[in-house]
Design a protein around this ligand. Structure first.
Ligand SMILES: [Zn+2]
Length: 113
């Protein structure tokens, strides 16, 4: 087994554990998914550059939330990937439309405001 294969295997184990604990985990992709997977924050980008994050609204309204991760421009969010497979976003997410949810995503957990 190569080092990268071991790393991948460990990563999926750690991510699986985080999801089992009901936490949000990161999924890195080059294309936006048609529908976000449950408890998954899809980080879309290319060549190590992240463009935006896509995930289902945690309130259960069924809406998809899309946030810019580009360093330039505003508003923008900062994604942190933790060793345990969970993710954090900064600052908080406040939906101006629909359900008007306001929350923080910290270490894969939703903290309602
Ligand atoms: Zn919602």
């Amino acid at each position: 087994m190569t080092v990268s294969r071991i790393r991948r295997a460990l990563r999926s184990l750690v991510t699986g554990l985080a999801m089992w604990r009901g936490r949000f985990v990161a999924d890195y992709a080059e294309e936006e998914p048609d529908r976000p997977m449950p408890r998954t924050l899809h980080a879309v980008g290319e060549d190590g550059h992240l463009w935006f994050a896509v995930f289902g609204c945690p309130c259960g309204c069924g809406e998809t939330i899309k946030l810019s991760l580009l360093p330039a421009g505003s508003p923008r969010w900062q994604l942190t990937d933790h060793w345990d497979g969970t993710v954090s976003l900064r600052p908080s997410i406040w939906r101006q439309r629909g359900c008007k949810s306001h929350f923080w995503l910290r270490r894969g957990k939703i903290h309602w405001c």
